[in-house]
Design a protein around this ligand. Structure first.
Ligand code: GLU
Ligand code: ZN
Length: 300
């Protein structure tokens, strides 16, 4: 028997267990799954459970069950990000050891007067040259280099971090590893070659690319899909009361997800089995339909 070729494409879906799967996250999962399938790649499921204060009991389980019910097939075991704790700390330490990151004791109040940029408060650099001992966050140094990437669907994105965010937090004051660092370490360890996710994270990408460069990691491709909104323009999320996707009307919900992604499923697809729906969707997947689109209104 021939040894199996290592997959040259590795994609992933990386939900945070802050609530059950709603229609917006389903659409992201569908896009990322189809990209992996048309590339004959692997598709990983990673539960990003490293922020306990934001998590909801039972959400990880509910997400896994829903994906299973909707016929998604992921490669290998479900990955729990909390289990990469040691790798996150090793990466953090290597940044601190090389003086690329430093302790910051500033409180939220200390930063109230700081100017804001595209990415929120611009850290004024108060602790760059040292600060008092005590409870502290860890910030990554940034500079004025232009960081750009070409998104597969969206316009080219370019940021100079010094003027958009300034030095940003990679370990929070409460000791938790910040999302940017965790996501970059895990994507590297798991060999992810393309990140497919919602456009609301597109502005985070330059900070993540900066981290990849400092850690000598590869930079994956990026494909940011439009955000699904309510008719009034608000993003579908737990905060705006988006309900859990139904376990009963799988075909209908998948059909609506494909329509939201600009695909043209046959009208009777909603009555097909998930397996048949996935074959059709893989054969006909055309992400180009979404080029340049930033949001999609969810139809009832
Ligand atoms: N865990 C993040 C979220 O649910 C997504 C991370 C990513 O895809 O980079 O918003
Ligand atoms: Zn500070």
């Amino acid at each position: 028997m021939q040894p199996r070729e290592p997959a040259s494409y590795v994609g992933r879906f990386a939900p945070s267990p802050t609530g059950p799967l709603h229609f917006g996250s389903l659409v992201t999962a569908v896009a990322s799954y189809l990209q992996a399938r048309i590339n004959n790649g692997q598709w990983l499921l990673r539960i990003e459970d490293i922020d306990p204060p934001r998590e909801q009991a039972g959400a990880a389980d509910a997400i896994i069950k829903a994906l299973d019910r909707y016929g998604f097939e992921w490669d290998g075991e479900t990955i729990f990000q909390s289990r990469s704790h040691e790798a996150h700390n090793i990466a953090l330490q290597s940044l601190v050891d090389r003086d690329l990151a430093y302790r910051c004791t500033c409180s939220r109040r200390d930063l109230l007067e700081a100017p804001t940029g595209l990415l929120g408060t611009i850290y004024p650099g108060t602790c760059r040259d040292g600060c008092e001992p005590g409870e502290s966050a860890i910030r990554l140094r940034t500079n004025n280099i232009e960081i750009s990437f070409d998104d597969t669907l969206q316009h080219a994105v370019s940021q100079r971090l010094e003027r958009e965010s300034g030095d940003f937090v990679i370990r929070r004051r409460d000791g938790l590893i910040a999302y940017h660092l965790a996501v970059v370490v895990d994507d590297e360890i798991q060999g992810v070659t393309e990140v497919v996710r919602g456009i609301d994270l597109m502005d985070s990408t330059p900070r993540q690319i900066w981290l990849q460069r400092l850690l000598n990691y590869r930079t994956p491709g990026y494909l940011h899909i439009p955000v699904i909104t309510h008719p009034d323009g608000d993003k579908l999320s737990k905060l705006t009361g988006a309900p859990e996707i139904s376990a009963a009307v799988v075909g209908q919900t998948l059909s609506r997800a494909l329509l939201a992604l600009g695909q043209k499923p046959p009208p009777d697809l909603l009555r097909w089995s998930p397996a048949d729906i996935w074959s059709w969707a893989t054969e006909n997947w055309q992400p180009e339909e979404l080029i340049g689109q930033r949001s999609i209104v969810k139809t009832p």
